[in-house]
Design a binder for this molecule. Structure first.
Ligand code: SF4
Length: 360
């Protein structure tokens, strides 16, 4: 494959094939810079020069989880040291703290508690929405939707409807990890299979509930698996237009069973991190927004990601025990002043946005 030709075609509007994407993800040597540069040009065309961020706060309600995925350092079994599950008062205190920080978005990021039912999810949403009615609630993954449906013997559509009426503004596109069942059976065997993840996301989009799209890469998948995953996202987006952005999540390996057991290595390299962003920009011609997870990449690599196709710096977060427990340092909070410094240094400007990417 001639890389320059493929890149010239992509820049000219040709839709990359899955095979071409897989080949680009494998590139080593100085050709990677040509890929980054083309992706940066397409970023400018599709999303403009401004780098955005959302003022948000993560709230972890429980780390007790039925899934205990091999790539996760956050999930615990009930009774394990450090296991917690917040009561209503604790949730209200966390929401009050988020409100005092003037966030526009609250992100509920928790384990999939084996005892939670539809009622529990509804109560959580009503509590958060009641205490912060003007704040966008970005919560729950297709795996949690499936769990609520099973626990309460209702359909996933009904779960989504009830979540929406209890205050859910957008659904998380998490639990996607790598949408290839042979990889899922190794890294997250208890999570929804690919077909259910896709079905629930499509149901949400059809109901007018937007979602993010994520990819968690760097465990034991191949470049072909990553390209397959991106192809599934592109196909859904063609049909529904319901994804707000792609959130690439680089595997944080230190405190995870997959690494401890020798099944996965120490995650993606810097080359792979930047190529994932760049190839996503080239391949996902129907996505406007590609995000940098600064908590996983760090500030310096995150800055280069903004020059390789990304246009968004995610959120302030204030707390990210999921990345922190897995071993990421400094993953909790990034002050917008620091974001501004990062962005100005590469000759761009920073703007605060809402969850739906309208500028504040
Ligand atoms: S990644 Fe999510 S679902 Fe998997 S163990 Fe961790 S908290 Fe549970």
């Amino acid at each position: 494959m001639d890389i320059s030709t493929v890149l010239r075609d992509a820049a000219g509007g040709h839709r990359l094939s899955e095979k071409e994407a897989a080949a680009l993800l494998k590139v080593r040597g100085r050709d990677i810079f040509e890929i980054f540069s083309t992706a940066d040009i397409l970023r400018e065309e599709r999303a403009g020069p401004v780098v955005t961020y959302v003022r948000n706060q993560n709230i972890h309600i429980t780390n007790i989880c039925k899934n205990l995925c091999g790539f996760c350092g956050f999930g615990r079994k009930e009774g394990d040291e450090g296991a917690f599950c917040d009561d209503r008062d604790t949730i209200l205190k966390k929401v009050a703290l988020a409100s005092s920080r003037n966030v526009t978005e609250i992100c509920l990021l928790s384990g999939v508690h084996p005892g939670f039912t539809m009622e529990t999810y509804k109560d959580i949403l009503s509590t958060v929405h009641g205490a912060a009615p003007d704040v966008h609630i970005h919560a729950f993954s297709p795996d949690e939707v499936m769990h609520a449906a099973r626990q309460s013997s209702i359909s996933t559509k009904e779960v989504l409807e009830r979540m929406k009426s209890a205050g859910l503004s957008s659904l998380q596109g998490t639990a996607a990890e790598i949408l290839a069942d042979h990889v899922r059976s190794v890294i997250c065997p208890r999570k929804v299979p690919t077909a259910d993840w896709v079905r629930i996301i499509r149901e949400a989009h059809r109901m007018g509930i937007p979602t993010t799209a994520t990819i968690m890469y760097g465990t034991c998948e191949t470049e072909g698996d990553r390209a397959r995953h991106l192809a599934i996202l592109r196909e859904i987006q063609d049909d529904t237009g319901g994804f707000t952005e792609l959130v690439p999540l680089s595997y944080v390996f230190q405190n995870t069973p997959l690494y401890r057991d020798g099944i996965a290595g120490p995650g993606a390299s810097g080359r792979e991190d930047l190529l994932l962003i760049a190839v996503s920009r080239l391949f996902l011609d129907n996505f406007r927004n590609i995000q940098v997870s600064w908590g996983k990449l760090g500030i310096k690599l995150g800055q280069l990601a903004l020059l390789s196709g990304a246009n968004d710096l995610a959120g302030t977060m204030f707390s990210d025990e999921v990345s922190g427990d897995a071993g990421a340092a400094g993953a909790d909070y990034l002050d917008p002043t620091m974001m501004d410094t990062m962005v100005r240094d590469i000759g761009r400007s920073l703007r605060q946005r809402c969850t739906d990417y309208t500028l504040v």
